[in-house]
Ligand binder design. Sequence first.
Ligand SMILES: [Zn+2]
Length: 184
Amino acid sequence: MRRYSRAQIRNTAKELITTYHLQVPIDLELLVRELGGDIRDTNGTDEPEGYVKLIREDPSRKFEIGINRSLPPKRQRFTLAHEIGHYILHLKEPDPDYIIEGGEIREKPLFRAGWEQIELEAHEFAGELLMPYEEFNKQLKEDPEKPIEERLKVVAERFNVSKPAARVRAQWLGLYPWKNDLLS
Ligand SMILES: [Zn+2]
């Protein structure tokens, strides 16, 4: 199975942003269209949170992403970024040693609790795509006199992500402590 380094994942997301002239907040629907994909709405608690599959029978469509619309909008947005990650990293040019059966990846109901390699990669890709490193880093360091919680709130709004998602991103980038004594 192909394994991507963190740098490779960051660069892959960056390349997409540059190629399609995307700006924060990243327009994921536009990106899916540019890549030749479609988004299908699903609903209901027995449906997966999201899925992505290759379309082989229709040359005008390359892939389809399903998003469960019964979940909160920011969670849907993160899921969409995650599914784009699966398409780019795991389906578009599949590794011959690791063919994904049927060209389709369906999320388990609580996929974020799973730590399989492709899930980690898609998750990391989603963070890089929604909160591009340089810009996130720069914006979070604006107004350093303001408390970090306030800055996180502002940055989360600018990037159109949930505050917990922005916090986790800040933690991974070393901009926020893993253990916050104020919250414990
Ligand atoms: Zn996944």
